[in-house]
Design a protein around this ligand. Structure first.
Ligand code: ATP
Ligand code: MG
Length: 436
C-alpha cells in the first residue's frame, strides 16, 4: 500500500529561488513598465534569448577564472551529453544571438533584455540563486558618447523612480588590454610584497585574477588596498582621452560621479569604461546596476572586432531599494473596482452576461464576478474580501425591473438601485471620484 498522502514531505522551492506572489506583482509590473517605456524612448530594441546556452559560451566570455564560471554556474549535461548552463548573465547570450543573426554586420545596434539569471551563490537579502536583470547593450560604437548615453539612460531611470538622490555613480577606466597587462604586473609585485596581508581568497586570485583583489570587501585588507598602485595612473593615452571624453559629457549633462580607482568588474570581458550605481541603503548588496565597455568580447567569441558597451541592473535589488525607501507609488496597487454578485442561482447566467457587457462598455474597469454560489452572507463576505470598491447586486427584483443595486463597500453611503441603461455612466462617474 502506498503511504498516505499527508505523511509525504511537501516539495518546496529551490533555495535562493523566489516565488513572486500576487501582492508583489504590481510592483514588478511598475518597474518593468517604467524600464520598457524608457528603453523605447532611447531607441533601444528588446532582444529575448534562451535561458540555457552551451557552457562554452560563458566560459569563453565571462572568463574561466572568474567567480561566476569557477563556482556559481548551474551546469548540467542534457540527454545528449552536451554541457549546458543556465545563463548567469545576459551579455554573452546577447552577443551570441546578435552574431548568429548577423545583427552586428556593418551596423550599430542598441538592444535591451530582461529576464531571470542563475548563479549558485549564498542566498541572502538582495542576493539570490535565481534573480532578474534588465540590461542594455550597444554595439558598433566606440566613442565616449555612447558610454555617456547608457549612463544617462540609467540616470533617467533613477529620476523616474524617485531614486536619484539615493544612488551614486562610480566610474573607473580599466584601460586597454596592454595597459591592463602592464598594470597587472605592477599590482602582483605590490601584492607579493604584502603577501602576509592577503586573505586566502586573495592569495588564490593573485595567480588567477589579481585585479579582482582590489574589489575585496575584507576590512583587514582595506588599508593595504588603499595604497595599491592605481590603474588610473597607468592608463594608455587613448583610454585616458576616452575617459576624459566621458567625464566631460557627464559633467555637461549634470550627472555627478565619483572616480573609484578600485572599481573592477567580476567579468573578464570589460575594458576601458566601467561603472556602478551603488546605494548605501541595502547593506553590503549595494550595487544596483553595473556595466562598462567590452570592446574585445565579440572578437573573442569569433566575430569581427566590434566595440560594445552596456550595463545590467538587478531587479530584486531595485525593488528592495524602492520598498526600503518607501518609494513605491500607492497608485500601482491593483485593486478591483467592482464585485458583481448574483443573489441566487437564477441570476447567475444574467450576471455573467452583464459582467461581459460592462467589460465591453468600460474597458478600464476591473470587475470580478462572483462564482461558486453560497449564502448571501458568504457572498457579501467575499465581496468585501475582494478589495473592490463597489458591489453590484443582481437578484430577482433587479432582473425583473432591469436594474442593479450598487452597494458601496468602502464608503458610508446607502446602497442605490440604478437602471441598467445608466449603469456604465454612473459607475465611471463614481469610480473617478476619490473615495470619501
Ligand atoms: P555583486 O558584486 O553584488 O556580486 P556582480 O558584480 O556579481 O554583483 P553583475 O554580474 O555585474 O554583478 O550583475 C549586475 C547586477 O545584477 C548587480 O549589480 C546586482 O544588482 C545584480 N545581481 C548580481 N548577482 C545577483 C544575485 N545573486 N542576486 C540578485 N541580484 C544580483
Ligand atoms: Mg557577484
Amino acid at each position: 500500500m502506498s503511504k498516505p498522502h499527508s505523511s509525504q514531505k511537501k516539495i518546496q522551492a529551490i533555495r535562493g529561488m523566489n516565488d513572486l506572489l500576487p501582492d508583489q506583482s504590481a510592483r514588478w509590473q511598475y518597474v518593468e513598465g517604467t524600464v520598457a517605456a524608457l528603453m523605447r524612448r532611447y531607441g533601444y530594441a528588446e532582444i529575448r534569448t534562451p535561458i540555457v546556452e552551451q557552457t562554452a559560451l560563458f566560459a569563453r566570455s565571462i572568463g574561466e577564472v572568474t567567480d561566476i564560471v569557477e563556482k556559481e554556474m548551474y551546469t548540467f549535461e542534457d540527454r545528449n551529453g552536451d554541457s549546458l548552463t543556465l545563463r548567469p548573465e545576459g551579455t554573452a547570450s546577447c552577443v551570441r544571438a546578435a552574431m548568429e543573426h548577423g545583427l552586428l554586420h556593418n551596423q550599430t545596434q542598441r538592444l535591451w533584455y530582461q529576464g531571470p539569471m542563475f548563479r549558485h551563490e549564498r542566498p541572502q537579502k538582495g542576493r539570490y540563486r535565481q534573480f532578474h536583470q534588465f540590461g542594455v547593450e550597444a554595439f558598433g560604437l566606440e566613442g565616449p558618447d555612447i558610454d555617456t548615453e547608457v549612463i544617462l539612460l540609467s540616470a533617467r531611470l533613477w529620476q523616474e523612480l524617485g531614486l536619484a538622490e539615493h544612488v551614486t555613480l562610480e566610474l573607473n577606466s580599466l584601460g586597454s588590454a596592454e595597459a591592463r597587462a602592464a598594470y597587472r604586473d605592477k599590482l602582483v609585485a605590490y601584492f607579493e610584497a604584502h603577501f602576509d596581508r592577503l586573505d586566502e581568497d586573495s592569495r588564490r586570485r593573485l595567480v588567477s585574477n589579481p585585479l579582482r583583489i582590489l574589489d575585496s570587501k575584507n576590512p583587514d585588507m582595506a588599508a593595504m588596498l588603499a595604497d595599491a598602485p592605481r590603474l588610473m595612473d597607468h592608463l594608455d593615452a587613448e583610454s585616458r582621452v576616452h575617459f576624459e571624453g566621458l567625464t566631460a559629457r557627464l559633467e555637461a549633462a549634470g550627472i555627478d560621479y565619483v572616480i573609484n580607482p578600485r572599481l573592477v568588474r567580476g567579468l573578464d570581458y570589460y575594458g576601458r569604461t566601467v561603472f556602478e550605481w551603488t546605494t548605501s541603503a541595502l547593506g553590503s548588496q549595494g550595487t544596483v546596476c553595473a556595466g562598462g565597455r567590452y570592446d574585445g568580447l565579440v572578437e573573442q567569441l569569433g566575430g569581427k572586432p566590434t566595440p560594445a558597451v552596456g550595463f545590467a541592473l538587478g531587479v530584486e535589488r531595485l525593488i528592495l531599494l524602492l520598498e526600503t525607501l518607501e518609494l513605491m507609488p500607492a497608485s500601482i496597487e491593483d485593486t478591483l473596482d467592482l464585485y458583481l454578485m448574483p443573489l441566487d442561482e437564477s441570476a447567475e447566467a444574467p450576471a455573467m452576461l452583464l459582467a461581459e457587457e460592462l467589460r465591453s462598455e468600460l474597458p478600464g474597469l476591473r470587475l470580478q464576478l462572483h462564482c461558486g454560489g453560497g449564502s448571501f452572507k458568504s457572498r457579501i463576505k467575499k465581496a468585501d474580501k475582494s478589495g473592490a470598491r463597489l458591489a453590484l447586486l443582481l437578484g430577482e427584483d433587479e432582473l425583473s425591473q432591469q436594474r442593479v443595486t450598487v452597494k458601496f463597500l468602502r464608503e458610508a453611503r446607502d446602497q442605490q438601485p440604478i437602471p441598467r441603461e445608466t449603469l456604465a455612466a454612473c459607475l465611471s462617474e463614481w469610480l473617478a471620484q476619490a473615495p470619501d
